[in-house]
Design a protein around this ligand. Sequence first.
Ligand code: GTP
Ligand code: MG
Length: 238
Amino acid sequence: MKMVQTGMPAELKAFRMAAGGAGGGGGGRTYSFKVVLLGEGCVGKTSLVLRYCENKFNDKHITTLQASFLTKKLNIGGKRVNLAIWDTAGQERFHALGPIYYRDSNGAILVYDITDEDSFQKVKNWVKELRKMLGNEISLCIVGNKTDLEKERNVSVQEAEGYAESVGAKHYHTSAKLNKGIEELFLDLCKRMMETAQADERAKGNGASQSGASRRGVQIVDDEPQAAPATGGGCCSG
Ligand SMILES: Nc1nc2c(ncn2[C@@H]2O[C@H](COP(=O)(O)OP(=O)(O)OP(=O)(O)O)[C@@H](O)[C@H]2O)c(=O)[nH]1
Ligand SMILES: [Mg+2]
């Protein structure tokens, strides 16, 4: 999990090829989305991803260097969704690497620690940067993590939720430690990204020159059954 990344990892290349390929058989379609986690060091970004992808939790803080990458496959209402999740380093010295990871992202999860007011201010800085660089095309999630430490809360729920609404983001409450709110967060984000991709597709169908989806590299693979029915030999199971 704690791998140092400098370029596109082989796993991501494989992920993109699979997503852009024949669609793996079966009805429906496959959506491929890129999601990036941003936020101050020690707020629990890695813990959220580890809990979501591997249902693990580590009490120790192992600082992420640069970024690490995991994938997750979901099925939402019969539609396959492949997530490429980038967990970035929160340490300030890595801030300048941010654009490498948020560029082309369909969704961003901006994490703060509910016991740490500074980490909430850092989320506001990320929101400003993302809106400036990517506009409204990216689905933003603001996440107050460590809700198991409610007694030590230093960021008011009202303030955080009000702020999220004011910038067109959605707010979520999570505890990576207790596995609270994480499935809901990712599921909701996926649904929002699917809606955006579908709207982009409709706009494209209506003659828009270049849809947001294609600009961001969303790959929507239609895999309606072709003339010849698949008789085994498919590469993926449903
Ligand atoms: N109590 C509590 N601790 C948590 C929770 N999530 C993470 N932690 C702890 O917070 C510390 C930091 O977690 P990480 O997931 O490594 O934080 P990070 O945001 O990835 O940090 P960087 O990689 O340095 O940016 C670790 O000691 C975790 O065990 C949570 O929900 N509750
Ligand atoms: Mg980390």
